[in-house]
Design a protein around this ligand. Structure first.
Ligand SMILES: Nc1ncnc2c1ncn2[C@@H]1O[C@H](COP(=O)(O)OP(=O)(O)OP(=O)(O)O)[C@@H](O)[C@H]1O
Ligand SMILES: [Mg+2]
Length: 143
């Protein structure tokens, strides 16, 4: 796996920096076997994670957060979750962070979702496609 695809270590580094600056514990949880991503995707995912963590720090009042990197059979799912105050998703306003996250996810051919509510924390989640062929185990017996 090339350095560009080493998402878990990139995210772990971000989480460690976040915690040392904010004193908010940030845990990274990975699942599944790492797969390679299209060129540039790791950088986009880095930016999205950064933006999500900035929101945790600025808005959530959370006592902790968790970053998930889950290599599912059909897509990589990256999520950032906090246990903070949450917010009303129907309220308009705010800045560009969430819109940028969504736009980056869509540009990678992926999807973005937001789940938040007053007093139940916030979770952003994106699913992005892989850049390689399916792993050998996913291939069934030929036609
Ligand atoms: N993790 C979070 N916890 C609580 N509220 C949040 C969280 N993330 C976003 N919000 C709310 O959603 C609004 C919009 O977030 P967004 O990142 O789009 O803009 P912003 O952070 O206000 O500004 P910008 O990101 O452009 O600097 C925020 O102003 C805040 O009210
Ligand atoms: Mg923001």
């Amino acid at each position: 796996m090339g350095g560009d695809d080493d998402l878990a270590s990139v995210v772990r580094k971000l989480a460690d920096e976040f915690t040392s600056v904010t004193a908010i514990p940030a845990e990274v949880r990975t699942a599944g076997a790492p797969r390679s991503l299209p060129a540039g995707s790791t950088r986009q995912l880095y930016r999205i994670t950064q933006e999500a963590l900035a929101n945790v720090y600025r808005h959530s009042g959370a006592s902790r957060c968790v970053i998930f990197a889950d290599y599912r059979p059909d897509a990589l799912v990256l999520a950032v979750e906090d246990d903070g105050r949450g917010f009303d998703q129907t309220a308009t306003g705010g800045g560009h962070g969430l819109a940028n996250m969504r736009e980056r996810a869509v540009r990678m051919g992926g999807t973005f979702s937001l789940n938040s509510g007053p007093d139940r924390g916030t979770r952003i989640e994106l699913a992005v496609p892989y850049g390689d062929a399916p792993p050998p185990l996913a291939a069934g017996p030929g036609p």
